[in-house]
Design a protein around this ligand. Structure first.
Ligand SMILES: Cc1cc2nc3c(=O)[nH]c(=O)nc-3n(C[C@H](O)[C@H](O)[C@H](O)COP(=O)(O)OP(=O)(O)OC[C@H]3O[C@@H](n4cnc5c(N)ncnc54)[C@H](O)[C@@H]3O)c2cc1C
Length: 379
């Protein structure tokens, strides 16, 4: 083995492939029993392709990243549509003119749409924050309605805080559309694998120089002592690309990095449809945030439907949870920076990826980051 890669998600998989193509013998470990990291999908007992760790749609503005994904599998164009249920009614998200038609009487709805078009003249959307701060009462009230019935409730559950503590400034990038256009992302390339993400990963990892070992907890073999990386108790001489969480690698010496986790409750019903949108938020529901109905993502012609109900919770180490979303506060970012500088002291350690970088990366960002890492690795 020339290089050890910890983690068989997008980051670890891409780095392994690139190094293998350069002639390096790469071993990839993952503590999970499957490849693909959080992009892992499988066909459930009802014949429906589902994503174990939450709904994943690949989207990017960058043609070179799109081309990279196309090297290892075929894709189909797929524009994800999302929605929300508010006061018992479904509406698309990002909110648009359908939302206004749903929650306002006909006359008020027409007036509000005209006011929005005039106030934000020439623009296709504004951020919710701009709408809430508008110098026009009718427009402002619309923003406040959405904040009170959707954003504050959803955000509070997602991050485990009280709704009244949710600061509207978090909405400075959330768009509100001034048209009937639907679609969650606005990137040029939006797609899903023709077969599955796992099939794409199989092709990515299919190289004679790559060995994948699953069900291997790296921390049972790797440790750091006096600024040196040890592999099974002896000094590790090869490069180690590490895509797990840095606080775990360093034994939480600086304290834990906070993450939000999710619990998925899987349900199957003999009904044609659970909800109009594949991914739907339920801000007013007791404790769950959203439901993903997989037969719609993309459409699968099956009878019955399987869906996952998402319950956010605080991540706790060694309690069978997955760390999904880094909780980015001043304190956590300071801690993460300390771990990063500790990692930089170790010349053959290459932390990279969503966990090791303590950043929320979309798949295209994780891919870009992985590709940019290759030239740094000294084998
Ligand atoms: C709910 C959810 C929905 C998402 N939806 C989208 C979407 O629609 N579009 C999009 O672009 N992005 C989405 N993402 C982001 C996407 O999942 C990430 O960009 C991508 O998975 C990052 O890949 P990664 O390899 O860095 O991390 P991961 O996929 O987390 O892979 C890391 C791997 O390392 C392994 N590992 C960690 N520590 C160890 C250890 N000590 N020993 C052995 N193995 C270890 C883990 O088991 C894991 O398999 C979503 C993320 C979440 C959480």
């Amino acid at each position: 083995m020339d290089v050890l890669v910890v983690g068989c998600g997008l980051t670890g998989g891409v780095i392994a492939r690139e190094l293998a193509e350069q002639g390096r013998k790469v071993t990839v470990w993952d503590r999970r029993e499957h490849i693909g990291g959080n992009m892992y999908d499988y066909v459930d007992e009802h014949g429906i392709l589902v994503h174990k760790y939450g709904p994943h749609t690949f989207h990017t503005k960058d043609k070179s990243l799109y081309d990279y994904m196309c090297r290892f599998g075929e894709w189909k164009e797929y524009k994800l549509t999302c929605g929300a249920m508010i006061k018992g009614k479904f509406t698309p998200t990002p909110f648009n003119f359908h939302t206004i038609d749903t929650f306002y009487a006909e006359k008020e709805a027409s007036a509000l749409k005209v006011e929005l078009k005039e106030y934000f003249s020439g623009r296709e959307f504004a951020t919710v924050l701009e709408v809430m701060n508008a110098d026009n009462e009718c427009i402002r009230k619309y923003g406040e309605f959405l904040f009170d019935h959707d954003y504050s409730l959803y955000t509070a559950k997602q991050w485990g805080i009280a709704p009244e503590k949710v600061d509207p400034s978090i909405l400075k990038r959330v768009p509100l559309r001034f048209s009937y256009e639907e679609g969650y992302f606005d990137d040029e390339y939006q797609m899903m694998p023709k077969l599955s993400y796992v099939d794409w990963f199989r092709n990515l990892l299919d190289h004679p120089n790559i060995t994948v070992e699953l069900g291997v907890e790296a921390l049972e073999h790797l440790s750091v002592t006096a600024g040196e990386l040890l592999l099974d108790g002896v000094s590790c001489k090869i490069p180690v690309v590490y895509t797990g969480a840095l606080d775990e690698l360093f034994g939480q010496s600086e304290g834990s990095l906070p993450y939000r986790s999710l619990r998925f409750e899987w349900r199957h019903e003999d009904i044609e449809s659970k909800q109009p949108y594949p991914v739907t938020a339920y801000p007013e529901a007791e404790s769950y945030t959203r439901i993903t109905e997989y037969k719609k993502m993309p459409v699968q012609n099956v009878t019955g439907t399987t869906y996952a109900v998402e319950y956010p919770l605080m991540y706790k180490l060694r309690e069978g949870m997955e760390p999904y979303y880094p909780v980015l506060t001043e304190e956590s970012q300071r801690k993460a920076a300390v771990y990063k500088s500790m990692a930089e002291e170790i010349s053959n350690l290459y932390p990279c990826g969503r966990l090791a970088d303590f950043k929320y990366y979309n798949m295209d960002q994780a891919l870009a980051r992985a590709l940019s890492m290759i030239s740094n690795i000294r084998v």
